[in-house]
Design a protein around this ligand. Structure first.
Ligand SMILES: C[S@@+](CC[C@H](N)C(=O)[O-])C[C@H]1O[C@@H](n2cnc3c(N)ncnc32)[C@H](O)[C@@H]1O
Length: 183
């Protein structure tokens, strides 16, 4: 099973119709598609990416799947979740997903960075509902990826967040899935 499928399997256990979700790294829109299907017409997904290309491609893709009405797109850094998300939704988000790194098929130099990732993670955790989870995939294989992974591990430890950590394989540079709980 691919690591993205492992993440979806975890989300599948908790997501219900009517839930609210955030995709902190929209990319090509596959995670948002999954979230939008799970939350149904009564739920909603808030999706962030810093690349116009990602917003345009995902708007098209979700439109083709008739899911665009369930999604609000933000051409914005995920470290600005707090500024963008309607204030009354804080504490009501069932899941926040992060799939770090670069846009597949896009510019590999535009990658997530430790500073903004950690800031976004802290804001994401504050947004979660009591039974909510963060799903985060961190890539250790590309330049800068290992440093970002280590910073994430440090933050989780420091904050005493409950976490389940699943490496993609036994290879030391395989991606890692973190499922982070609320309390
Ligand atoms: C691995 S891709 C995400 C894949 C995506 N979830 C999907 O299903 O296709 C990582 C994405 O993170 C975006 N990204 C990088 N830095 C970001 C930031 N600071 N805030 C929001 N998105 C960012 C990139 O532009 C890229 O599209």
């Amino acid at each position: 099973m691919r690591i993205t499928e492992k993440a979806h399997a975890e989300l599948d256990k908790i997501l219900q119709r009517g839930d609210l979700a955030i995709d902190a790294t929209l990319g090509n829109g596959y995670d948002t598609q999954f979230l939008a299907q799970k939350v149904g017409t009564s739920g909603h997904v808030f999706a962030f990416d810093i690349q116009k290309e990602s917003i345009e491609q995902s708007t098209r893709f979700l439109g083709e799947n008739k899911l665009e009405n369930r999604v609000t797109f933000y051409l914005s850094c995920h470290s600005k979740i707090k500024q963008n998300l309607p204030i009354e939704l804080a504490g009501k988000i069932k899941t926040v997903t992060f799939n770090l790194g670069y846009l597949p098929g896009g510019d590999k130099k535009i990658i997530t960075k430790p500073d903004t990732t950690l800031s976004a993670l802290k804001q994401a955790h504050l947004c979660l509902s009591d039974n909510g989870i963060i799903s985060l995939i961190s890539y250790r294989g590309h330049e800068g990826g290992r440093c970002e992974f280590e910073e994430i591990e440090k933050l989780i430890k420091q904050e005493h967040w409950p976490v389940q950590k699943t490496p993609g394989s036994e290879a030391p540079d395989s991606p890692v899935l973190f499922i982070i709980g609320k309390a």
